[in-house]
Ligand binder design. Structure first.
Ligand SMILES: Nc1ncnc2c1ncn2[C@@H]1O[C@H](COP(=O)(O)OP(=O)(O)OP(=O)(O)O)[C@@H](O)[C@H]1O
Ligand SMILES: [Mg+2]
Length: 768
């Protein structure tokens, strides 16, 4: 009998959890650390409410993701059966959209209103800017979009905006005095089109509840129980709506919110920890009951101790104790690698090792990074090692639009007959070669049995379009002329600039736009690594650094996607933001370097640093048994090798909780260190002073920025050289043809001292 409720379900709770679950009437606040069972309390509470006779549709449960809501319902259904399906559980946006569809007529919208995504919004704003004949270099779409968005989040209507001296002054200051006009037109047009953007879903609901007491009353009576998970990440407007929904006298005020101020990670979207403090205040006269959960059921003591130590570095927080009785468990492993490629390889290596040694399934493992663009290198190595994975909450790297666009250009350079690639890029970025012109090309190509690319050269076009097409053709052909003689990076770099793609991405300063720029750059950096890496020759065949080979490599990698699409036993890759609330037996937090994690964008303010630390705290508290932290000493950023300091967060991990910083066997970090120290003594090059905080985590002794490679032609038999990775060596032999000179170099400090290195690609500095 699936609908039967097991009598003993409350046994799965400790005393405080049980009290929080069974205190069903009146406001309840649970503030507690990670893994303490906050989400479990909400889930059991809903089951308990239904058990006590509440109807599922009387329960409104607001979660941060739809996935979280689905999982909650699944668990509840184990207790109460299929009635769980009727609970109102979901995200703020999805549930509010549902209410708005029913009540649309009250606010002059059709019930089948469309929801505009970011691109729709931007395109409409662009349109309005044109119609108002404003200078689009001054009135930038993104800036306007942000202004409109924050106005809505602060409940400022176009009418209020027009009268708001402060906002008007700000706009004047920014040389955009007419923002209020654009805002008014935008709201008008959305309404005419029967469309709401994401902000409207909150804004309009608030308006509805505010201006239509009878509607508000209806929902207050309907939702007898309101629950909010991850309350620390709600913004002011979301909280305002929640308050409206539980307003007396219509509502019985049975509201339960759970959260952890130390895990608040959405300040950049307007979330404020203040909401937790306000909640306590706002409901104080209604007999609010506060529960503190202290036992962590998720993680081992080592992990909990680490988390406590890390968050202790933040300035203010609600005091919480948190402990675990799961035993000390494994110590935390820190992986240090020479470069990002090494990091990718090492993490994949360690995953294999953990799977073998601890019998972990893929689905027990997650790799967490600060920015989505970091997924590339891990995806590559997981594929090579044949470990199934999925990028959670996003597309896998090579499926992302900005990556595909650039790859299409490169495909076209290598193969001008590639029609898919041609069609994808001919007017992307927009260069005034619209559908009509492309249509003409397709017709001509069909008539004359030639490729689209050929057709584009001969087709009759208006003068301006012809000029644009010629520029495009010239760019591709110029690059094509070099494919066999130039390395892949040089061509890609040129195309990135000449095509206008780089400028396009740079010009978009929205949060999504910055993510796209990072992906775009990561692709270029990957090509750079492809060209620069493995100049050491292990076999007789020469490494091929051409664009054609590069494209072939990634095409083979992409093929892996379809193979793994069905499996659920996959390693999860995701950003730390997306990992909120989740848990895995083994967690890898990667890219722990200054400017990356903490992000360079947050480093200049104390608030920003605190938020980065909370993010790190969220990341490490996802781990149940194994926690691995990794960083690379160098990585390509914008096509240049940069040296990275280990993240300050590493130094905040208690030394006694760490296994020891380990180097990859392959990266030969030890040898490198010794060689560099020796060299510093000999030549007077001072190794950079280790900063106090991160002293336990070694950095390379030579800043790549100070390393000046000598021209390949000067590398001859007998010279002493310095190699960034292998250290000091002596050239013992030169062979190979004039175009492919290969040096045999003896690095006395390496276990296998003899290396054969291609001079065309290698970077070597001649020593005096
Ligand atoms: N009393 C309990 N007995 C057994 N397991 C429990 C108990 N309480 C919680 N757990 C388990 O501990 C883990 C963490 O619980 P939960 O996810 O609810 O914590 P949380 O406080 O919501 O964490 P976060 O802050 O990360 O969202 C889950 O696997 C949960 O099932
Ligand atoms: Mg939770």
């Amino acid at each position: 009998m699936p609908d039967q409720i097991p009598a003993d379900y409350l046994d799965g709770l400790n005393d405080i959890q049980r009290a929080a679950v069974t205190t069903t009437e009146g406001p309840v606040l649970v503030v507690a650390g990670p893994g303490s069972g906050k989400t479990r309390v909400l889930t059991f509470r809903i089951a308990h409410l239904i058990e006590k006779g509440a109807a599922p549709w009387e329960i409104l449960a607001l979660t941060f993701t739809n996935k979280a809501a689905r999982e909650m319902k699944e668990r509840i259904s184990k207790v109460v059966g299929k009635r769980a399906g009727n609970i109102w559980a979901g995200t703020f946006h999805s549930l509010f959209a549902r209410i708005l569809r029913v009540e649309a007529k009250h606010i002059g919208y059709p019930s089948n209103f469309t929801i505009y995504d970011t691109d729709d919004t931007k395109s409409l704003i662009g349109q309005i800017i044109r119609e108002l004949s404003l200078d689009k270099t001054v009135y930038q779409t993104n800036a306007i979009k942000n202004r409109i968005s924050s106005a809505k989040s602060s409940l400022i209507t176009p009418k209020l905006y027009e009268r708001n001296e402060e906002l008007l002054a700000q706009d004047k200051q920014a040389n955009m005095p007419l923002v209020y006009k654009i805002y008014a037109a935008y709201v008008n047009r959305c309404k005419k089109a029967g469309a709401m953007d994401f902000d409207d879903l909150l804004f309009r609901l608030y308006e509805l509840l505010q201006n239509h007491p009878e509607v508000a009353g209806k929902y207050r009576q309907k939702f007898k129980y309101v629950l909010v998970d991850e309350f620390q990440d709600t913004n002011t407007l979301q909280y305002a709506i929640v308050k409206k929904l539980v307003q007396y006298p219509d509502s019985p005020r049975n509201i339960c919110v759970v959260g952890d101020d130390a895990q608040s990670i959405y300040a950049f979207r307007g979330a404020t920890i203040q909401n937790i403090l306000d909640f306590e205040q706002d409901f104080s006269q209604f007999d609010i009951q506060t529960f503190k959960l202290e036992q962590n059921y998720r993680s081992t003591e080592n992990i909990v101790a680490t988390a406590n130590a890390v968050i202790g570095h933040n300035r203010r927080q609600i005091q919480k104790k948190i402990w675990s009785d799961k035993g000390l468990g494994e110590k935390i492993t820190v992986l240090r690698e020479m470069d990002d490629t090494g990091e990718g390889r090492r993490v994949a290596d360690t995953i294999l090792e953990q799977k073998n040694r601890h019998h972990l399934a893929n689905e027990d493992i997650a790799i967490l990074y600060r920015t989505n663009a970091q997924s590339r290198i891990f995806e590559e190595y997981l594929r090579r090692f044949n470990i199934a994975y999925r990028v959670y909450g996003g597309m896998s790297f090579y499926q992302r639009k900005e990556v595909k666009d650039m790859v299409a250009y490169l495909r076209l350079v290598v193969n001008p007959n590639d029609e898919e690639a041609f069609r994808r890029v001919i007017n992307n970025p927009k260069r005034g070669i619209g559908n009509t012109s492309v249509g003409k090309m397709i017709t001509l190509a069909g008539q004359q049995q030639i490729t689209l690319f050929e057709a584009s050269k001969h087709v009759a076009l208006a003068k301006r379009t012809r000029h644009q097409a010629d520029g495009f053709i010239h760019m591709i052909e110029q690059a094509r002329a070099k494919v066999d003689t130039t390395d892949a990076y040089e061509i890609a770099d040129t195309i990135a600039k000449k095509s206008g793609l780089l400028d396009l991405h740079r010009g978009d300063t929205s949060i999504e736009g910055m993510g796209r720029l990072e992906n775009f750059q990561s692709l270029l950096d990957g090509i750079k690594s492809f060209v620069e890496e493995d100049t050491v020759i292990d076999t007789e065949t020469l490494p091929d650094k051409t664009l054609a080979t590069y494209l072939q490599n990634i095409a083979l990698l992409t093929d892996f996607d379809t193979k793994n699409a069905e499996s659920t036993d996959v390693v999860t890759l995701m950003s730390v933001h997306a990992a909120k609330g989740l848990e895995y037996k083994s967690v890898f937090v990667v890219g722990l370097e200054e400017k990356l994690f903490p992000s360079w964008m947050s480093m200049d303010t104390l608030d920003g640093m605190d938020e980065e630390r909370r993010l790190f705290y969220v990341a490490i508290t996802r781990a149940e048994q194994f926690l691995t932290l990794s960083y690379a000493n160098t990585r390509y950023r914008y096509g240049k090798m940069v040296m990275n300091e280990p993240s300050r967060f590493l130094a905040e991990v208690p030394a006694e909780a760490i296994v020891s910083t380990t180097h990859s066997r392959r990266s030969q970090g030890h040898e490198y260190d010794r060689v560099q120290e020796q060299r510093a003594r000999v030549s007077g090059v001072t190794p950079p002073v280790r900063s106090r905080g991160t002293a336990r985590f070694a950095k390379p002794k030579v800043d790549p920025a100070n390393f000046t490679p000598s021209p390949a032609a000067e590398i001859v038999e007998g010279v002493r050289i310095l190699h960034l990775k292998f250290g000091e060596g002596r050239v013992t032999k030169i062979d190979g043809g004039a175009a492919n000179r290969i040096a045999t170099i003896h690095f006395s400090d390496l276990p296998q001292p003899e290396k054969r290195i291609m001079l065309k690609f290698a970077k070597l500095q001649i020593l005096p």
